[in-house]
Design a protein around this ligand. Structure first.
Ligand code: SF4
Length: 463
């Protein structure tokens, strides 16, 4: 917000990742208007159960006479009139791209900017859900090329549009009291709008770069943009005159700009961290430069080194062990002499185990392949962490391979971004403290081959 004042911006939008961060902004700057998505508001029509606004009848075009005092629409109106608004990424992307609201402003600030690319990829991905198309007698085909899908979508769109027109005609004169039959028709209308939008996205897809196409077991098809650059660029162009992407973990390299579709007209500004490097050292204690070839052989040495670290910290402190994958996780749990002090999770119970760990319940060491981002180990929740294996992306993922074939640096970039994120899990404020151990020698290779990927604060903390 201070940036907006400095830049003398009349209108400014701030984008954050979560609703909690939106609330934090509001608590610090009460003059800012918070704009949350439809899922956060209940529909206040009687007899609508627990429907939220995104499921409400008005979303299918029903002319609700409560709109003028419906909480979602009241807040939306306030946000549209406000000069400073804070959104979460999902809300802003859908309201600016689909609904045409909130397009231009003087300054767009993307907070937690390392999430921007991921959020845009998620938003721009298209899912053709077979069960939804089946209801209208349409089979989602299985093609390899996005152009074939675009042709198919051109043929299918009139069928969906005609179905929608016919329903709209039937619903033209709806009474205030809605019958069950009318409600069912309105739900169908909303579904048809969703399918129509998906088909329009597919028709436009060939002009938006390369896509990775994945078929699901139930016949649905997912299309993911290989790069977000064109999509992000479109958003910047629509947003206004200045965009500021902020993050403690953004890589200060041209690759970052390239991924946002910027080849000129940008500047990196690296601000000194107010965290004392002495309170959060990164101790590089390589056991080996791990690779697929030597991993099996080096695992015993890795666990020996891990046990020595745990011996120093237990039982007084709680900490994390990052394994990068479940294979290493299983080996650690089976072979560490501190296995009884460890807890881990599967995909299905991940949230519960993490919540319990953060609440100080259970064993003091959390072993996981997936807590390198979004984990808040502040204070005593986690005083140390051990990175066993450098967090390279999974080469078994076809999308990772497609990106690597096109841009070799991207593989290292994603690994280094994940590493930098992981380093930030246990040092959460200037008065926090925590030790990070790195046992994989790949870090030194990265430091020498990609020095410009590492922000200053990481370099200062490395011991
Ligand atoms: S405008 Fe009416 S139908 Fe829509 S969410 Fe509000 S109360 Fe429900």
């Amino acid at each position: 917000m201070a940036l907006m004042r400095i830049l003398q911006a009349q209108t400014g939008f701030v984008l954050t990742k979560t609703k909690q961060l939106q609330t934090q902004y509001f608590e610090e700057f009460p003059e800012i208007q918070v704009c949350k998505g439809k899922k956060n508001y209940p529909c206040i029509l009687p007899n609508q159960g627990h429907k939220t606004v995104d499921e409400a009848l008005c979303q299918a075009g029903w002319p609700c006479n409560r709109k003028s005092y419906c909480p979602y629409f009241v807040d939306l109106k306030k946000a549209r009139a406000a000069s400073e608004v804070v959104f979460n990424y999902a809300m802003w992307l859908s309201s600016s791209q689909y609904a045409g609201m909130f397009t231009a402003c003087d300054v767009l600030i993307a907070d937690e900017g390392h999430e921007l690319e991921k959020e845009v990829v998620k938003f721009s991905s298209i899912i053709l859900r077979q069960p939804h198309f089946s209801k209208w007698g349409i089979d989602v085909p299985s093609f390899l090329e996005v152009e074939d899908y675009a042709e198919w979508a051109k043929q299918m769109r009139p069928r969906i549009s005609n179905g929608k027109d016919a329903l709209e005609k039937q619903l033209l004169e709806l009474p205030e009291v809605i019958t069950f039959e009318q409600e069912r028709m309105l739900d169908s209308l909303r579904e048809l709008s969703t399918l129509q939008r998906a088909l329009s996205q597919v028709i436009a897809a060939p002009d938006a770069g390369r896509w990775y196409i994945r078929s699901w077991k139930n016949g649905s098809v997912e299309m993911v943009p290989v790069w977000a650059s064109r999509h992000v660029r479109k958003i910047f162009d629509a947003a206004g005159t200045k965009a500021i992407v902020m993050s403690a973990t953004l890589l200060p390299t041209e690759q970052t700009a390239k991924r946002m579709g910027l080849d000129s007209g940008y500047e990196f500004i690296e601000v000194d961290s107010n965290f004392d490097p002495g309170r959060s050292p990164i101790l590089f204690q390589p056991v080996a430069r791990l690779s697929r070839k030597n991993l099996e052989q080096k695992l015993p040495d890795l666990v020996t080194a891990l046990d020595e670290i745990l011996y120093d910290h237990l039982p007084d402190e709680r900490g994390l062990v990052h394994t990068s994958n479940y294979y290493i996780r299983d080996y650690v749990l089976a072979n560490s002499r501190f296995a009884k002090e460890m807890i881990s999770h599967e995909g299905s119970n991940r949230e519960v185990i993490i919540r319990d760990f953060l609440d100080g319940k259970g064993p003091p060491v959390l072993v996981s392949p997936s807590i390198g981002t979004g984990f808040d180990g502040k204070g005593d929740k986690a005083r140390f962490q051990v990175i066993l294996k450098y967090p390279f992306p999974d080469l078994g993922d076809p999308l990772v391979r497609m990106r690597m074939e096109e841009d070799k640096e991207s593989y290292d970039y994603d690994a280094n971004a994940a590493f930098i994120q992981t380093c930030g899990r246990i040092m959460r404020s200037y008065d926090d403290r925590g030790m990070t151990y790195v046992l994989d020698g790949q870090l030194s290779r990265m430091f020498s081959s990609r020095p410009n990927h590492f922000p200053k604060w990481v370099k200062e903390r490395l011991v």
